[in-house]
Ligand binder design. Structure first.
Ligand code: AMP
Ligand code: MN
Ligand code: MN
Ligand code: MN
Length: 296
């Protein structure tokens, strides 16, 4: 591996803004990353690129590198899996069209969650969730925040547990992109595909390895080995899977805002020994401009 000048920079390659279910605007998020000493930040909102222009502008002013990214919702193996597209061209038509379809589905799903919760005796949750949205995209997190405010649960996690997951009244089965589609859209946009927070899917080891096998067959290149939601043991397990499948290792906090004070931007452990960092493929100018990704 070639040692690059940017190897020692602080990277955080997974974060959310108000463009999806984060609570800081893209501008505020970049300011916060700068304060936290992050040198390279990827904005990876759920199924949308709409925060990137604002984030990139602020990053340019503060002198940090903004990696344009997206976290694509994928249906695979009867469950939802998240695939990050890192260093994508936000203007790529294939990616934009694909995300437009997911946004449309999200719009329908939000209304459907509202209808189901209404049947379960909780009226007005669609309107309540929508009122908390600052971008255009309604997610389950907005429902969770509304239900907490309305006194139906003590915190967001409890809402998920009692209302929004499989078997609960507000659950709607995801109909997201196929793995193949997500990888095509990311490739179309010149990006690097990374399986997000692999330890969070409650998959058996063999199912996870089936996912990683298909993912790399389809051209996927990276695994989020270090995640704000991974224990240290999980990081080491994922580092071994990355090595076995020849995947690059990524690291990201999955920051959603200051409401979760135990998780900050850039506060991540080092990648385990032997990992090939995904950022070695970012082709950056010495002034911090991200140009493209190198394939070799
Ligand atoms: P959605 O893509 O709208 O289905 O929402 C997924 C998002 O909900 C994730 O990105 C998290 O931000 C949040 N989320 C999922 N599960 C939980 C949970 N158990 N507790 C808190 N937040 C969760
Ligand atoms: Mn989220
Ligand atoms: Mn995710
Ligand atoms: Mn995320």
């Amino acid at each position: 591996m070639v040692e690059c000048w940017f190897m020692s920079l602080k990277h955080d390659l997974h974060s959310h803004s108000t463009a999806s279910d984060g609570t800081l605007s893209p501008r505020e998020l970049v300011q916060r990353a700068h304060e936290a000493g992050v040198d390279v930040l990827a904005l990876t909102d759920h199924d949308t690129l709409s925060g990137i222009a604002e984030a990139a502008k602020e990053a340019g002013e503060l002198g940090l590198v903004l990696v344009p990214g997206v976290e694509i919702s994928v249906s695979w193996g009867g469950q939802t899996v998240h695939v990050l597209g890192l260093n994508v061209d936000p203007g790529a038509p294939g990616l934009q069209q694909g995300l437009a379809r997911l946004q449309e589905y999200r719009g329908w799903r939000a209304e459907e969650i509202g209808r189901r919760l209404e049947k379960a005796g909780i009226p007005g949750s669609f309107e309540g969730a929508r009122a908390l949205v600052k971008g255009t995209l309604v997610g389950r997190t907005h429902f969770a925040r509304f239900l907490v405010q309305a006194g139906h649960a003590g915190d967001v996690r409890e809402v998920f547990r009692h209302f929004l997951v499989k078997g609960k009244p507000g659950h709607v089965r995801g109909e997201w992109a196929s793995l193949e589609e997500a990888l095509e859209w990311i490739a179309d946009a010149g990006g690097i595909a990374v399986v997000a927070h692999p330890a969070r899917y409650r998959m058996t080891r063999s199912k996870l390895r089936r996912l990683l096998g298909e993912f790399s067959e389809l051209g996927g290149m990276g695994l989020e080995v270090v995640s704000g939601s991974h224990s240290r043991d999980e990081c080491f397990t994922m580092a071994r899977h990355a090595r076995d499948f020849g995947l690059l290792a990524s690291a990201g906090s999955d920051y959603h805002g200051p409401e979760n004070p135990w998780l900050n931007l850039g506060q991540l452990p080092e990648l385990p020994h032997g990992c090939s960092p995904v950022w070695t493929r970012f082709n950056m100018e010495t002034d911090g401009t991200v140009l493209s990704n190198t394939s070799g």
